[in-house]
Design a binder for this molecule. Structure first.
Ligand SMILES: C[S@@+](CC[C@H](N)C(=O)[O-])C[C@H]1O[C@@H](n2cnc3c(N)ncnc32)[C@H](O)[C@@H]1O
Length: 285
């Protein structure tokens, strides 16, 4: 495990991997467009965690949209953001300064599949947050056992997963056969959504809530980042669909993803967001 509390010294010259940077950009746009959901989620957490948390751990923080939201919501907490990717942490380092919370965000580069040595030192934690992360680890049971061991008694773990990519387009996009996005989802969304209740209980947690958030935003609610966010999500989804859509649908997608075209996702004013995120609230007895 490799810890850097001042990562700017260590990674200023690091070459950012293209895939990490593309993912960071997607996650940052996701947090901008879904800001109302993130704020509802942290408000809900504030109702459940007592007293206000002093020490928070963000597992697999990525570029830290969750760390920043938690630091804003819990104004006296120190948030430790842990990620295996120094590039992700570097983005958080810059964002934390921009948001005026750098003093309260601690960065830790670590592989959470290994033993949590440096994480242990800074614990126990009052609140842990694992957003779109748990399905990445090699052994979730071991990760959850380490999370339980590093929470104070009665401390909370919030686990959040997205069911699948959001939907953005109207049924009829004005080109091609209607229902294209639904066909793309049906062809690529072949796995059931992640389900953590049993594993949380097996790790000794009491699962107090399992709450699906149904997110429906129109263009005005989603804000100006919507077109970029939709373009990136749908480009990523389209890359999985080459073998599953027919040639007419693939040609229509090509047009929708071409910013030079009048019907393109980049130019449309009829996009919205339709997504489901599920959060488990687990308490250490
Ligand atoms: C889909 S991203 C989610 C990031 C963030 N929680 C969010 O919701 O925006 C998953 C993150 O987990 C990190 N990650 C994956 N495996 C990891 C591991 N074994 N140890 C630490 N971080 C890991 C990745 O680098 C990535 O930043």
């Amino acid at each position: 495990m490799n810890a850097h509390h001042d990562i700017s010294v260590n990674i200023d010259h690091a070459q950012a991997s293209d895939s990490d940077m593309a993912l960071a950009q997607l996650l940052e746009l996701d947090a901008k467009v879904l800001a109302s959901y993130l704020s509802e989620l942290t408000d809900w957490l504030a109702d459940l965690v007592h007293p206000d948390p002093a020490r928070i751990l963000d597992l697999g923080s990525g570029p830290g949209t969750g760390s920043l939201a938690l630091a804003r919501r819990f104004g006296s907490a120190v948030v430790t953001a842990v990620d295996i990717s120094p590039q992700m942490l570097h983005r958080l380092h810059k964002q934390a300064a921009t948001h005026g919370v750098a003093e309260r965000i601690r960065l830790l580069e670590a592989n959470l599949d290994e033993r949590w040595a440096e994480i242990d030192e800074a614990g126990p934690y009052d609140l842990m947050w694992a957003a779109a992360f748990l399905h990445h680890v090699a052994d979730p049971a071991r990760t959850l056992a380490q999370a339980a061991a590093n929470l104070r008694p009665a401390g909370l773990l919030a686990v959040t997963e997205m069911d699948f990519f959001p939907r953005f387009l109207p049924e009829d996009t004005g080109i091609g056969r209607p229902g294209l996005e639904a066909r793309l989802h049906a062809a690529t969304n072949t796995q059931p959504p992640h389900e953590w209740t049993d594993q949380l209980q097996a790790a000794g947690f009491t699962v107090e809530e399992r709450r699906p958030f149904e997110i429906r935003l129109d263009r005005a609610q989603a804000g100006p980042a919507l077109n970029d966010y939709a373009h990136i999500c749908l480009t990523k989804l389209r890359s999985h669909a080459t073998d599953v859509l027919d040639s007419d649908d693939l040609a229509t997608w090509g047009t929708l993803l071409d910013p030079g075209q009048p019907h393109s996702i980049a130019r449309r004013d009829d996009l919205g967001v339709c997504a489901t995120r599920t959060t488990w609230i687990a308490r250490r007895p």
